[in-house]
Write a protein that binds this ligand. Structure first.
Ligand code: TRP
Length: 334
């Protein structure tokens, strides 16, 4: 709890470009949380270097992601939006938690196994201990709730296990975080392979609508979206392509699937795809405009980075000092 509100924490990597799935499945829902929770949204650039990155590109993307958070509607006064690398407490707590996490636990992490297979020439120790850094992110802020996708559930479980282990030795140091299950939140699938989640790391760019795609690109991608051949706009599991388009249309217009079925009862796929594209263009336009404006205002973004970085460091250090004391590090002389 912080100022009478529960603490909600999430992070996103700045590698890759945010796409519609990130927006409709996460970011858009976060905006509604700022009144009820004390929210921290971190750009987890330290996690990013577990895979080789181009430095200039990483810096640029981190700033773009932070700017996009604000452009999408997160109020940087109410939400603490900051860079992980600006708060040294993340690295410090991560080291300590490494000493309370078992090799066997980390060995079981499916994301590690997947990434190790994908980057077999660079299986570094950071990739292995990635979940420990994530645990540090969460635990530093005495987080109550973590909105997580299914791919991060295992990491959150580990976070809880490590926190409970630490608490059982030293007393109540960490709040045990719970997963936050969004009330609504569409699960958007790839336009090219509707059985797969839309992903910012997808190599097929036609599968994803990026938040910065221009209208022509959006129309082209929707036109090419994979569908079945019966030409009927019906919300059904055996029509995954159309189901996904209905989900997108529903999220953009706040209409229900049955309203959409009725609206397009006499239309074919071509018309429907164009209608979806139009709604998405309409939904993204204000975000894109805001992003362009914000990107020009260097001083403003810089001030957010500085102030929120300091705010995050303040809370993080409180937890870190407590932990350092518990494990027996010598007192600081002032
Ligand atoms: N590992 C998360 C992902 O790839 C990102 C992340 C890092 C995160 N630290 C976090 C998410 C803390 C939630 C809370 O999606």
């Amino acid at each position: 709890m912080l100022d009478g509100k529960k603490v909600l924490y999430s992070g996103m990597q700045s590698t890759g470009t945010l796409q519609l799935g990130n927006y409709l499945g996460a970011l858009k829902n976060w905006i509604e949380l700022e009144e009820d929770y004390q929210c921290f949204f971190c750009v987890v650039d330290m996690h990013s270097i577990t895979v080789r990155q181009d430095p200039a590109e990483l810096r640029k993307k981190a700033r773009a992601l932070l700017t996009l958070y604000i452009a999408a509607g997160l109020d940087p006064e109410k939400n603490c939006i900051y860079y992980q690398s600006h708060v040294p407490a993340h690295a410090e707590l991560s080291w300590i938690l490494n000493c309370y996490t078992y090799m066997g636990e980390l060995n079981r992490m499916t994301q590690y196994k997947d990434k190790a297979a994908k980057h077999s020439s660079n299986i570094n120790a950071g990739l292995f201990t990635y979940p420990v850094l994530m645990a540090a992110d969460i635990l530093l802020f005495q987080t109550d709730l973590v909105p997580v996708g299914s791919d991060q559930k295992q990491h959150l479980e580990l976070t809880r296990d490590v926190a409970e282990r630490f608490n059982s030795i030293y007393g109540d140091v960490f709040t045990i975080p719970e997963p936050y299950i969004a009330k609504a939140g569409a699960r958007i699938m790839s336009l090219q392979e509707p059985s797969k989640k839309m992903s910012k790391s997808d190599e097929n760019v036609n599968g994803s609508i990026y938040l910065m795609d221009d209208p022509d690109t959006i129309v082209r991608k929707f036109k090419r979206a994979v569908t079945d051949s019966d030409n009927e706009i019906r919300y059904s599991d055996d029509k995954p392509g159309i189901k996904n388009l209905i989900d997108i249309y529903a999220a953009a217009t706040k209409k229900t699937a049955s309203e959409i079925e009725a609206e397009f009862a006499s239309s074919g796929y071509g018309d429907f795809k164009l209608a979806v594209a139009e709604e998405v263009i309409k939904m993204l336009r204000p975000i894109q405009e805001r992003f362009a404006d914000l990107s020009k205002d260097k001083a403003y973004i810089d001030s957010i980075i500085k102030n929120n970085g300091e705010k995050a460091a303040y809370y993080a250090n409180k937890t870190l000092r407590k932990v350092q004391k518990k494990v027996g590090f010598p007192e600081r002389i002032r």
